[in-house]
Write a protein that binds this ligand. Structure first.
Ligand code: ARG
Ligand code: ZN
Length: 844
């Protein structure tokens, strides 16, 4: 069943209050609800329908009198009075049998919930839609030391707890946790003087992994006050770590629930990247308290209203906490890898989709990451001050609302006087605009003429020109910046911009800071590109110049059997050896475009990518880099040694990342000795895991892998790395077999999403391995998706995206992929989630 944005109508009733009582039992939890309804004056349809799925209804009453509602597998309907009334129900649910991890379920003996997007309907009968907001009173009865729900605690005694959340909220923000948990406490005083108790709840044994998360939470609370003027609004803020979780984390009001991989951290068990990701996710969920909870979404089509904005906010936070240049580059790498791929294939959809079948399938890179890019563009267009004013108005005008993208854009229109109707196309059109530029130079005047074109897609067959802010600077012949960065505001399909009064012809630095999520083609001579790599004052575009040279060289190696471009190698050698630059930035300079990015570039040029050839080119390029850096790799590696205790902050992390990039080049050119030495000496996971990866690549991994396993077999999160790394570092022809072998390991708990993803998420990002000509990886993943779908549709549907690019490849691979897809599609009782994804991916 397809749902359309255009069909929105308000619910017929307003919920004034909700009282829930949970009598916990692993197999038969009783949920008693008492919900006060009255007619919604803004509605016209007063049919009373409550969502409810997989519930056993014991009894229902209206105003105290028993009723017998009509029940379907989607919910309940019944006759109700015209006047305000109280609906009561008692239902029974089975948390243990809930392997889909949506609603109330068990994870390692603890009760937990995940209600976004539509999980609350698996807990009790309710209008489970985000525009129905109410205050919740929750009573929990159960034999557990810790019994948590949203809001503030009202009372608690042994085996009983009462909670009240004074902030009206939609049901998707409901949460409950019960178990034998340990609190890592903290506290925060808000700018207006409210004292807030903070807790990070974990299972016994994980106490040593809480400190960093707590610090990140406090930093986030402070940052949101300072930068957005947003204060926390309850006396308590709890975070709970859960081992079985479909996504990263969830912003339930006052009770955030996290995948343990997204919150638990210690130097010995977590890499620098883990620390950074955890800090960002804690911030993200905390920031949702305003952008998501206080102001929520009218319907799920507006998901980007909260997600795009909150991703944008967490990226600002990370830029402030760490290096803004490094964060921007990392975000663009991620956007190109995930969102551009999505936009180029059968799953392309607008940031605000117009229809869907299963909303869980729309928690995508487009909604999240492109949604954040759209906000970045808006800020670039209106300027920082206007952005701050618009946000103030947004919070003031819409606090307590279930809002829309129209509401969001209106605050910008009202504060700036701008007409944003064309800008709004960023929300309504799928596809990544292709932007190209031609230069004309005459008498001291440089004219840049841009052309934009968005490839049509099923979702957007006829794309119209968009508003593209093109941040542009000019670099003079001596490497000096000739003028400040200008924002060229492109609105037409083709449009020129003029720079006058220039003494000598400059090199244009276009799309600085990646000011719009587009694919830019800017033909430059090799010398000009190298000039930007050497001199661009914009840190993003300087990196981008190197990246473009790398891409062009790799494409020439793939299609024309060319040798690695020595100008590129010389250019990055100079930057990487420049000790005045941030080590983290230098490390990023050493990165290459991913194999799937190269496949995508070839596809864009109308060619059929050959994964094996792409892989070989990457290897040859790395060999060339190892040779080019033979002179300096060891000294840079040595200079990156750290003599202080481990700290996950940007400074040390940057050094480790550069040092490990050098280790990898050294190992490639020599042997595994240095990696072995680093492995043996490592006292933190970053150093240990990097060394292990080098050893595997050098063919020397076996002993270290066995040692690693015996050291970490009791740590789930570290073992996820052990599973994942072996797949990621496998040779292309062995990747499927390695994954297959790992599934036979006694610790391969395939029902745990983290473990499943460790193996199959890794396999699906191993480009040459997943798309190996044998088709073995396609078939293996299909087998496991069929198996997983029966227990966890959401994670299965998400993993189907591994196949989203299948039509790029040759006929033989396509036939093998199609066979795998058809085999999954033919599975009896395939979930609606997976069916929707696969029918879109498979196409006709
Ligand atoms: N709102 C959460 C976040 O981005 C994501 C939860 C999505 N869950 C889901 N089942 N679709 O912070
Ligand atoms: Zn979010």
């Amino acid at each position: 069943e397809t749902i359309y944005l255009a069909d929105y109508t308000p619910f017929g009733f307003i919920v004034d209050s909700v009282a829930l009582t949970f009598d916990l039992d692993p197999r038969a939890t009783r949920v008693t609800s008492r919900i006060a309804f009255r007619r919604n004056p803004e509605a016209s349809d007063f049919d009373f329908f409550l969502h409810g799925e997989q519930l056993k209804l014991n009894s229902a009453k209206i105003d105290g009198a028993a009723v017998s509602p009509k029940i379907t597998d989607k919910g309940l309907s019944c006759d109700v009075p015209d006047t305000p009334f109280v609906f009561e129900a008692e239902v029974e649910i089975d948390p243990t049998g809930n392997t889909a991890l949506e609603g109330l379920y068990m994870s390692n003996g603890m009760y937990c919930t995940q209600c976004e997007a539509e999980g609350f309907r698996k807990i009790t009968y309710y209008p489970d839609r985000p525009d129905v907001m109410a205050t919740f009173k929750v009573t929990i009865n159960g034999p557990h030391p810790v019994l948590l729900s949203n809001g503030n605690p009202v009372s608690s005694s042994e085996h009983h707890a009462k909670w009240y959340d004074p902030w009206p909220k939609p049901a998707y923000l409901f949460a409950l946790v019960a178990g034998d948990l340990i609190a890592h406490p903290g506290e925060f005083t808000t700018q207006s003087g409210r004292k807030v108790d903070l807790n990070l709840y974990v299972r016994p044994g994980d106490e040593g992994k809480c400190a960093f998360g707590m610090e990140a939470l406090i930093a986030s609370m402070k940052w949101d006050e300072e930068v957005y003027g947003r204060e926390y609004d309850l006396d308590l803020f709890n975070i709970v770590a859960v081992d079985d979780f479909n996504m990263g984390a969830m912003e339930n009001k006052g009770l955030n629930i996290f995948n343990s991989s997204a919150v638990l951290a210690s130097p010995e068990t977590s890499t620098d990247m883990n620390f950074e990701r955890i800090e960002a996710i804690i911030a993200h969920e905390y920031f949702h308290n305003w952008t998501g909870n206080r102001i929520t979404c009218r319907d799920w089509f507006q998901l980007c209203l909260k997600e795009g904005l909150t991703v944008y906010r967490d990226s600002q936070f990370t830029s402030d906490m760490r290096s803004a240049a490094v964060k921007r580059i990392s975000d663009v790498i991620d956007l190109r890898g995930r969102q551009f791929a999505e936009d180029q294939g059968p799953l392309a959809h607008p940031v605000r989709p117009e229809s869907f079948q299963e909303i869980n399938n729309f928690y995508t890179a487009t909604v999240y990451e492109k949604g954040a890019e759209v906000i970045g563009m808006l800020k670039t267009l209106v300027g920082d001050d206007a952005y701050a004013k618009a946000l103030d108005l947004y919070f003031e005008r819409h606090d307590g609302d279930a809002a829309t993208i129209e509401d969001w854009l209106k605050v910008f229109e009202d504060t700036t006087g701008r007409d944003l109707s064309q800008f709004k196309r960023w929300y309504g059109q799928a596809g990544t605009p292709r932007l190209s530029v031609e230069e004309a130079w005459e008498d001291g005047t440089l004219t840049l003429t841009f052309t934009q074109h968005t490839p049509p897609s099923v979702a957007t067959p006829d794309p119209q020109p968009q508003v593209i802010p093109i941040a542009t600077g000019l670099i003079g012949p001596n490497g000096n910046e000739l003028a400040e960065t200008r924002i060229l505001e492109m609105t037409e399909a083709r449009q020129s911009f003029v720079f006058e009064g220039l003494g000598a012809r400059p090199v244009a630095s276009i799309l600085r800071g990646f000011s719009a999520p587009v694919v830019l083609t800017h033909e430059l001579s090799d010398a000009d590109r190298a000039h930007l790599l050497a001199h661009d004052t914009d840190t993003f575009n300087r990196w981008e110049a190197g990246r473009t040279m790398a891409r062009q060289s790799l494409l020439a190696m793939i299609t024309k059997d060319a040798a690695p471009d020595s100008a590129y190698l010389d250019g990055i050698h100079a930057v990487v050896c420049d000790a005045s630059l941030d080590p983290a930035y230098r490390a990023l300079m050493l990165g290459l475009p991913s194999q799937s990015d190269l496949a995508s570039a070839l596809h864009d040029q109308g060619q059929v990518p050959d994964p094996a050839a792409i892989y070989r080119a990457g290897e040859a390029m790395r060999d060339a880099m190892a040779a080019r850096f033979a002179d300096k790799a060891q000294s840079i590696y040595d200079a990156c040694k750290i003599d202080a205790p481990y700290d996950p902050g940007a400074e040390q992390a940057g050094k480790r990342s550069l040092g490990n990039a050098m280790l990898s080049l050294i190992t490639r050119r020599t042997n595994g000795d240095l990696a072995q030495a680093q492995y043996d000496a490592a006292d933190n996971m970053t150093q240990q895991l990097s060394a292990l990866a080098c050893l595997i690549r050098a063919g020397d991994g076996e002993t270290a892998l066995a040692k690693f396993e015996s050291q970490w077999r009791d740590d789930r999160l570290v073992m996820d790395k052990w599973f994942g790394l072996q797949v990621l570092e496998a040779k292309p022809e062995e990747a499927a077999a390695v994954a297959d072998t790992l599934t036979k390991h006694s610790d391969f708990n395939w029902k745990n999403p983290n473990r499943f993803r460790a193996v199959f998420g890794s396999l699906s990002v191993h480009h040459a391995g997943f798309h190996h000509a044998s088709g073995d990886a396609y078939a293996l993943l299909a087998n496991w998706l069929i198996k997983l779908d029966a227990v966890n549709p959401q994670t299965t549907a998400r993993m189907c995206t591994a196949f989203q690019t299948w039509k790029r490849y040759d006929a033989d691979r396509q036939a093998k992929a199609a066979a795998a897809l058809d085999r999954i599609l033919a599975t009896p009782d395939l979930s609606p989630d997976t069916t929707e994804m696969l029918t879109r991916i498979r196409g006709v």
